[in-house]
Design a protein around this ligand. Structure first.
Ligand code: ADP
Ligand code: MG
Length: 439
């Protein structure tokens, strides 16, 4: 079970004259524009939980209420209604001294425009949260050096922030947030001010860092590709409301409404979808205990020139071709062993599509997809890979491009002209592959 670290329940935030009247009317079903006479409804009835160790992304267009939500998570804004809890302790309705403690010890924030202290050195900026905690100078500077190394800024501690590039300044911002050693990081458009290439680098670095540190991160962005790349789960916001919460795949494959569907049209699918999302049932597949006749029939029926061979427990063992199998049948051989060739290209099921193009091009068969234990769990024909990148759900249905198999008549001649039948393949090995005899 995943452990809930942060929970928001029925959060509302209205700026303006009369928040409580606005909340009452919103709860009674009035819309955002209808209540505009009493205030700006920035967040309307938002509920979600964030689990330990996950990156939870809140995504939406500018003005949709993202910053307002994240500021309620650490008490920089009080909620007009609803509750926020951190590890079960309420944040809403507690005195501001308590909120300061929580912000110092349990929740750190990284800002879009870095918010560094310009006249202090990089090391002093990073050490600042430790200064607030009363840690002695030598100790906090030592700690700052250590964290600077972690974010790739070794030896930069003596510089001033203005001497660093934007990307480096934001790494200082991240280092400062890490210095407090809090479990929760809130990042509000932390990479939005950086140019695209640097931004990409920072996204990758954040994931690397996260693999080491396992923080609980709430990351805000208006950029869908960034959301999809970083998020374990994503909450999509529109006009103050959360309209869908799900994994990147959920949101891409099963958008909750037209708004989300429109939004995800531009997403870079190749970086989000994985082999498991688009693979098809492997066919043909034969167990290594099968003989060449069974293999040939399977290939003929699937219009394929080769077949994957699997061992016990569906372990991917190799490939045999129709031409080699025909020779074996002609020689009267009953096992495939002598013609099984290694599989030169296979991919893991959690690999993103972007990384499948080269193996798919180099693989003579639809690309084999295996699980962590090396079992063949699916195949991806090249056409399927291309179709998966097109817009809209359902683009990946049932398209296969057979490679050029041997002429049917040639195979039939070999199978049907009275060669001795081979023994039925053993099923005792635990393989679950169908080897239905055709006739
Ligand atoms: N302090 C504030 N006072 C009044 N209105 C605000 C304030 N902060 C945000 N808003 C309004 O609330 C809405 C949501 O803003 P915000 O949470 O900043 O959105 P986002 O971060 O998604 O761009 C906007 O209409 C914005 O103008
Ligand atoms: Mg914002």
């Amino acid at each position: 079970m995943s452990e809930t670290v942060l929970e928001a329940r029925n959060l509302f935030k209205v700026f303006g004259k009369n928040p409580s009247a606005a909340v009452r009317r919103l709860k009674a079903g009035e819309g955002r524009t209808a209540v505009a006479d009493v205030g700006t409804a920035a967040v309307i009835d938002a509920s979600f939980t964030v689990n330990r160790g996950e990156i939870f992304v809140i995504m939406g267009l500018s003005g949709s209420g993202k910053s307002t939500i994240i500021r309620m998570l650490n008490g920089l804004h009080d909620a007009s209604s609803g509750t926020v809890t951190v590890n079960g302790d309420p944040i809403t309705g507690v005195p501001s001294s308590r909120l300061r403690e929580i912000r110092r010890d349990r929740i750190s924030m990284v800002f879009q425009h870095f918010a560094l202290l310009p006249h202090r050195t990089v090391a002093a900026n990073v050490a600042y949260p430790l200064e607030l905690k009363g840690v002695a100078k030598a100790e906090r500077l030592a700690k700052a050096e250590e964290i600077l190394a972690l974010v790739g800024l070794e030896g930069q501690g003596e510089k001033l922030p203005s001497e660093l590039s934007g990307g480096m300044q934001q790494r200082v911002g991240i280092a400062r947030a890490l210095a407090a050693d809090s479990d929760i990081l809130l990042m509000d458009e932390a990479f939005s001010a950086l140019d695209p290439l640097i931004r990409r680098e920072m996204q990758e670095q954040l994931l690397e860092l996260q693999q080491k540190l396992h923080k609980t991160i709430v990351f805000i962005t208006h950029d869908l590709n960034e959301a999809m790349f970083l998020g374990d789960r994503i909450a999509v916001m529109r006009d103050g409301r959360i309209v869908q919460i799900g994994t990147p795949e959920d949101i891409l494959m099963d958008p909750a409404n037209d708004y989300v569907e429109q939004f995800v049209q531009d997403v870079d699918r190749a970086r989000v979808l994985t082999a498991a999302n688009v693979m098809e049932r492997p066919r043909p597949v034969v167990p290594h205990t099968a003989g060449p006749r069974t293999a040939l029939r399977q290939m003929r029926d699937a219009y394929m020139s080769a077949t994957y061979v699997v061992g016990k427990d569906r372990q991917l063992v190799g490939v045999v071709t129709d031409r080699d199998a025909v020779k074996l049948v002609r020689n009267g051989a009953t096992t495939l062993d002598s013609i099984i060739k290694p599989v030169l290209q296979s991919v893991r099921e959690d690999e993103v599509l972007m990384n499948l193009f080269v193996p798919a091009v180099e693989s003579p068969l639809p690309l084999a997809v295996t699980d962590a234990d090396g079992r063949l769990v699916g195949v991806i024909p090249r056409v399927t890979l291309l179709a998966a990148l097109g817009p809209g759900p359902g683009a990946t249905e049932e398209i296969t491009l057979p490679l050029m198999p041997m002429p049917q008549a040639e195979i039939d001649a070999v199978l049907d002209d009275g060669w001795t039948a081979e023994p039925a393949p053993s099923t005792s090995s635990g393989t679950r592959v169908e080897t239905e005899e055709v006739r």
